[in-house]
Each structure stands twice: as structure tokens, then as C-alpha cells.
Design a protein around this ligand. Structure first.
Ligand SMILES: Nc1ncnc2c1ncn2[C@@H]1O[C@H](COP(=O)(O)OP(=O)(O)OP(=O)(O)O)[C@@H](O)[C@H]1O
Length: 341
């Protein structure tokens, strides 16, 4: 649905040139919810603004629904943008217009007849659950309600793509969840492709099917969320994963464990149905090791269970090797944690 090819964006500033995006390429398939995560200044906003050409790339191509945006005239681009909705952290609603009038705005600009607008606005109010606020003004709404208006307005022209720039960053955790659930419902109902720019891994964990990690103007890794969570390749991705699945043991405990002989610490990660397997019982029955549970958690990645378990295994070197082999053969991700005094 969206292809980004060798995208480069440079800004000029009084301090010299800033490379905001350096040779970024991504392929976003139709119907996916694609998270783009990075620290402040990584280039996320620049990237999302290049996707609808709000920001003009220095070089490279942006292709949306088969149309190369970077090759269009201004008039063609205005038309193509009707296929790309966008929502923002600070909503940007028109304060002097009611909720219905805000939602109708892009349809008026597109020259849609009044009766059609009125029907479409009703549909959209229903989609985002705001029928009762049709005549309210933005100043009378909560943050979550304002973002619902933003979503309805972005979907007014029936786009195939929705870009979300930190869409939940101004909201409390409960409201964030309700907006993420709404976006997931819309993705499933309408088959809409969603690109979520965020600095929070919990947003990615809740709804994204894919994620790209952007760091210092480069995409450092990307893929299905399960792969990136289970096997992050870069330090920055590991840091993001640890913000939602913390698994560092306290330094004091690690120091104490380092004095133990004939033992090792293993971290096991499991996904989906594996999460409900009796791993420890099976391990202890099969291998003659003893296990001390140090840390465990179970959560979900979208609707898939994701668990992590840190154990101290005790036994002879042969027994420890056999235990590790056994766990790996069960299709679990197993990592031995180094201990240093
Ligand atoms: N108009 C501009 N002129 C000059 N430099 C800019 C401009 N916009 C962004 N930059 C620079 O480009 C880089 C990427 O900025 P960008 O806003 O895309 O990052 P970000 O990941 O969205 O950060 P944040 O999460 O803080 O918004 C930064 O170094 C920023 O200072």
C-alpha cells in the first residue's frame, strides 16, 4: 500500500544542514497497522509528513496505492491526499465549528453535495461513537472525544491510509487504550492501512502488526512485531522492548547469584500457545536440574500471549547443557545471562 524508496530529507538550519532522514526504505502492506518508533529527534514526524508530502523529500520516492506522490502536480497531489487521512497529537480542530461541521469540513472542500455530506457525517459520528456530541463545540469535549472527532474527520473522504502522528501522546492511559481500540476496530472493519508514529512501545504492543525502529535518521530494524519483540537486533530496539517487558534483574541479586557455583541464569521467552505450557514441570521431569524462579511475567502482543521467565538452573555442566538443549528444542527463545562479579 505504501512504498518508501531511498527517502532522504535534509533541512537547512543556521547551524548547517540537518539530515533528518537518510536513505529510508520501507514497504507497508495493505491492511497492516505499522508502528514507526523512535526517540525524540529520530526523524519520525519528518517521515510521516513525507508520506503525504506535507514535507517535500530531498530525494527518493513515495508510492501510495500505486501512485507515485513524488511525481504528481500540485492539483493531482491534492486529489491523491484524499486517499490519505491524518490525525495529530494536538487534534487541530476548528474551534468555531461544531463536531459535525468539523467532520464535514474535508467533504465541503472536496465539493461533495450537502445531502451526501449530512449522511456521511452521521455514519462517521456513529463509527467513532459521538452521535450525542454532534452539535457540541471542541471546547466542550474531552481529549479522547476530540481525537475521535479527528479520526472521523480524517476518514471523511474514505481514505485507504490513515497516518497517526503521536495520536495518543496527549491522552491519559485509559483514554489512550480506548482510542487504540477504536483504531483497531476501524482497521478491521474498513481494511484501512494505518501508520502509527510513536515514541511509546506500549502503543506498538497494543495494536501494531509491524514495527520499524528509526534512530538517527535511519531505519535500524523492521518486521512483524512478534519478531522484533522476541529477537530485537539493535540496542535501541532492545531498549524499547524493555520499556514494556522489563526483564533486568536487580544488580544486587545478580552479584549474589554470581557467587553460586554450578548454576546459570537463563531467560526464556515464549509466544502464543507456548505461554500456557507447563515448561518448568516438563524441564524438571526431563532434565536433572533444579530451578529457582527469579522473574516471570505474562502479557499480550495485540491478542497473542507473550511471556518471559528468568530462572537460575542448578546442576552439573552436563545437566545444564542438557537443560538448555531441552528448552531450545521446545521452540522457546533461550538466552543465558552473563554474570560478572
Ligand atoms: N524545519 C526544520 N528545520 C531544521 N531542522 C529540522 C526541522 N524539522 C525537523 N528538524 C530536525 O530533523 C531531525 C528530525 O526531527 P523530527 O521532528 O522528524 O524528529 P521526531 O523523531 O519526530 O522527534 P519528536 O518525537 O521530538 O517530535 C531533528 O534533528 C530535528 O531537529
Amino acid at each position: 500500500m505504501i512504498q518508501i524508496k531511498q527517502l532522504v530529507k535534509k533541512y537547512s538550519s543556521p547551524q548547517g544542514q540537518v539530515m533528518a532522514l537518510d536513505d529510508v526504505s520501507l514497504n507497508i502492506l495493505p491492511g497492516t497497522i505499522y508502528g514507526i518508533i523512535g526517540l525524540s529527534g529520530a526523524g519520525k514526524s519528518t517521515l510521516v509528513r513525507c508520506l503525504n508530502l506535507l514535507e517535500k523529500p530531498s530525494s527518493g520516492q513515495i508510492i501510495v496505492a500505486g501512485q507515485e506522490l513524488t511525481a504528481l502536480s500540485s492539483k493531482e497531489l491534492r486529489k491523491a491526499r484524499q486517499n490519505i487521512g491524518m490525525i495529530f497529537q494536538h487534534f487541530y480542530l476548528l474551534q468555531s465549528r461544531t463536531v459535525s461541521e468539523n467532520i464535514a469540513f474535508p467533504l465541503e472542500i472536496a465539493g461533495v453535495p450537502k445531502t451526501e455530506i449530512s449522511m456521511r457525517v452521521k455514519e462517521l459520528l456513529n463509527l467513532v461513537g459521538l452521535e450525542e456530541k454532534a452539535t457540541a463545540y471542541p471546547g466542550q469535549l474531552s481529549g479522547g472525544q476530540k481525537q475521535r472527532v479527528g479520526i472521523a474527520r480524517a476518514l471523511a473522504t474514505k481514505p485507504q491510509v490513515l497516518l497517526c502522528d503521536e495520536a495518543t501522546s496527549a491522552l491519559d492511559p485509559q483514554t489512550t487504550l480506548s482510542i487504540l481500540n477504536l483504531l483497531r476496530d476501524i482497521n478491521q472493519k474498513l481494511g484501512l492501512t494505518i501508520v502509527m508514529i510513536t515514541h511509546e512501545m506500549k502503543v506498538v504492543k497494543e495494536i501494531c502488526t509491524h514495527v520499524a525502529v528509526i534512530h538517527a535518521a535511519h531505519i535500524v530494524e523492521n518486521g512483524p512485531v512478534e519478531s522484533v519483540f522476541i529477537k530485537p537486533q539493535s540496542d535501541i530496539a532492545r531498549q524499547f522492548v524493555s520499556t514494556v517487558f522489563p526483564n533486568d534483574l536487580p544488580a544486587d541479586l545478580l552479584k549474589e547469584l554470581a557467587t553460586h557455583r554450578d548454576s546459570e541464569i537463563v531467560r526464556i521467552q515464549f509466544l502464543g500457545t507456548r505461554a500456557s505450557d507447563p515448561i518448568i514441570t516438563d524441564l524438571l521431569r526431563t532434565c536433572e536440574v533444579r530451578a529457582n524462579i527469579l522473574y516471570g511475567s505474562i502479557d499480550h502482543l495485540r491478542s497473542t500471549l507473550f511471556g518471559t521467565l528468568t530462572l537460575e538452573l542448578q546442576g552439573s555442566p552436563e545437566q545444564l547443557k542438557e537443560a538448555q538443549h531441552y528448552l531450545t528444542s521446545r521452540d522457546l527463545k533461550v538466552e543465558v545471562i552473563k554474570r560478572e562479579l
